[in-house]
Design a protein around this ligand. Sequence first.
Ligand code: HEC
Length: 163
Amino acid sequence: MLKRLLLAVVATLFFVIQFNIVSANAVELDQDIRTVKLNDAGDEVVLSLKQVKQGQRLFVNKCTYCHKSGTTKTNPNVGLGLNALANAEPPKDNIEGIVEYLKHPVTYDGEFSIEELHPNTSRADLYPMMRNLTDEDLKAVAGHILIQPEIRGTMWGGGKVYN
Ligand code: HEC
């Protein structure tokens, strides 16, 4: 009898704790945080929690190797912080800008194609890890990049390296 009661208490506690953790996550990622720029014209979009999750999974699998915490391994000047993205040509501080980059990457000044140097879906022959990514996947990964400054603050992107 006592054992059963104890079990019931433990089970209840477990559910209460579980529930609180889930709702804490939901509050942390409220709609404000999940609202990002869709395009350079300034339209906005709210990412779903599902997109946020998917974006994180894809980013960790395919991008973290070079872009840990939003920095860029071989080129610290071209990080994934909002400033760096906003000042790129064309600007990449929005979903469509990043998605386009992941299809046809160009140099920071927008002058030259770097499809042979940066992973992209157009040259999946060179980058097999990009082969099965859909437009939805690319949007999710772009969304992941854009909400990190909200979640991690200056820990994301490493700030400015040179002035
Ligand atoms: C092999 C290393 C490597 C991998 C893997 C990689 N990147 Fe990059 N990324 C770079 C480098 C290097 C640059 C800077 C290119 C340049 O010199 O313009 C860059 C630049 C970028 C930029 C432009 C940043 C800006 O400020 O304009 C974006 C966006 C980006 N990467 C996103 C991604 C995403 C998303 C993934 C995963 C799908 C990814 N990268 C995977 C190396 C990598």
